[in-house]
Design a protein. Structure first.
Length: 454
């Protein structure tokens, strides 16, 4: 059969609500043209994030009742720890309430002014946490990774030459190297096993720990199976195990590839760092056998980790992103190619060439998508990344709009509706206007800034 169907049926449904364009116009004005300020009840299809928005399975809902809420030594923790270590065999597994808490703990250990942390591309919270402790966060993705139109099987790869050079020049200031899989800010693009292995070897040469920011590890592993010579006959589970065998530690948001609505962890091999991390955890999250989580969340993650490596699911998952990407491409909408793992990325610089980078073409397109169809998505461009630590403005490497697809949530007819909205926007693209910021906070401005049309 050539149709790849959703490998599940629906047991509980959640109504979504239609609004008119006039209503949405008033709502977006009230929200100061910032989509994070909308109430989700006023959104028809919510593609703001794939994080914490998965539909849970019957097995996960059943597992919730097994949750043991003991403060210390809960069996739920040990089931969670075993599920993590089956895929990622690190010595110490430290639960946190979500990914950024793991990042904050890690950065509190390695931070300090003058330090540098390389990554293929830091995501916003990763960058934010490192910068908050004085670290300069450097992105070293390959050149193909920042050209939306270039086709390359592993656009998330680290530029190995640049990494080697940075380590040769600045070794004393670099406490660790991070790799983000898939490369979220760079289009949800995967990293090859060869690149993970080579990055790990460079880290060994300079005696630096190598950590993986692992949110979408299963999607990355499935791309390796599909695209990297030698992996077609390996199971996704074996590929995942191999990916992590090259690393010294990981941070994780269980809100992505663990099908959980909340959760995360830090896992690592170094005993000294693990002890420092657990001390910090006790101060900010909770006792080491629950971190920031309930026992029931730990149970849910343990089940989710088994479901996420199911290859029927991954085939459907990757195809559903590709389906929208291909349809938009056919209309003429410039999309990041090839399709990423968790989201469709539209190149707003190319689609709205009349809007300069610092008038935020991505945000303007995201607002138009809401006005046209009640669809909410996120800008990943100069609105998110343009402001520099010294307060100046610099256009981001790309002006992308991300349609992040929640896991197991939307159907194919909803995907067709998204495509139809783009058809309409594409016809009238030259009428879309840029935006300016009327108020912004000191950091992470995309979440709370107020904007207005120019
Ligand atoms: N690292 C990456 C690559 C991420 O995509 C995220 C979250 C985090 C770390 C932080 O995890 O949200 O559990 O604290 N990304 C979400 C997104 C929010 O929409 O892409 P968290």
């Amino acid at each position: 059969m050539k149709t790849i169907i959703e490998p599940f049926r629906i047991k509980a449904v959640e109504p979504i609500h239609m609004t008119s364009r006039e209503q949405r116009q008033a709502l977006i004005e009230q929200a100061n043209y910032n989509l994070f300020a909308l109430q989700s009840k006023d959104v028809l299809i919510d593609l703001l994030t794939d994080s914490g928005t998965s539909a849970m399975s019957t097995a996960q809902w059943s597992a919730l009742m097994q949750g043991d809420e003991s403060y210390a030594g809960s069996p739920s923790y040990f089931r969670f720890e075993a599920a993590v270590r089956e895929l990622m065999p690190f010595k110490y597994v430290i639960p946190t309430h979500q990914g950024r808490a793991a990042e904050a703990i890690l950065s509190s250990i390695v931070g300090g002014s003058g330090k540098i942390v390389p990554n293929n591309t830091h995501f916003d919270t990763t960058r934010g946490n490192f910068e908050a402790v004085g670290v300069t966060a450097v992105d070293l993705v390959i050149a193909e990774g920042i050209d939306p139109s270039v086709d390359h099987p592993f656009k998330g790869n680290m530029d190995l030459e640049k990494l080697d050079k940075l380590l040769a020049d600045q070794s004393d200031n670099i406490p660790l190297v991070v790799m983000t899989i898939t490369n979220n800010a760079g289009g949800g693009q995967p990293v090859s096993m060869a690149n993970i292995r080579a990055t790990s070897e460079i880290c060994k040469k300079y005696e630096k720990p190598f950590f993986i920011d692992s949110c979408r590890f299963a999607e990355n592993a499935y791309f390796i199976k599909l695209r990297e010579p030698g992996y077609a006959d390996k199971s996704v589970k074996a590929i995942v195990q191999e990916m992590f065998s090259h690393a010294d530690g990981m941070t994780m948001s269980a809100k992505k590839d663990a099908f959980s609505n909340m959760g995360g962890w830090l896992a690592l091999n170094d005993e000294d760092w693990a002890m420092q991390a657990r001390n910090r955890l006790i101060l900010t999250e909770g006792f080491p056998t629950y971190g920031g989580l309930s026992g029931r969340d730990l149970e849910c993650i343990a089940v989710g980790l088994k479901e996420i490596i199911d290859e029927d699911y991954l085939q459907y998952r990757i195809r559903s992103i590709e389906y929208i990407t291909e349809a938009l491409d056919k209309i003429g909408v410039p999309v990041m190619k090839p399709a990423g793992g968790h989201a469709v990325f539209v190149d707003a610089r190319e689609m709205l060439p009349h809007i300069p980078a610092l008038q935020f073409p991505g945000q303007a397109l995201a607002v138009e998508l809401y006005l046209t169809g009640g669809i909410r998505c996120a800008e990943i461009g100069s609105f998110m990344f343009g402001r520099q630590p010294d307060g100046s403005e610099k256009p981001a490497a790309m002006e992308l709009v991300r349609l992040a697809i929640p896991r197991r949530v939307y159907t194919q007819s909803q995907a067709d509706y998204i495509i139809e909205c783009f058809e309409e926007i594409y016809r009238n693209a030259d009428k879309i206007k840029g935006l300016e910021i009327s108020w912004q906070p000191a950091a992470m401005r995309h979440f709370t800034s107020r904007l207005r049309p120019i």
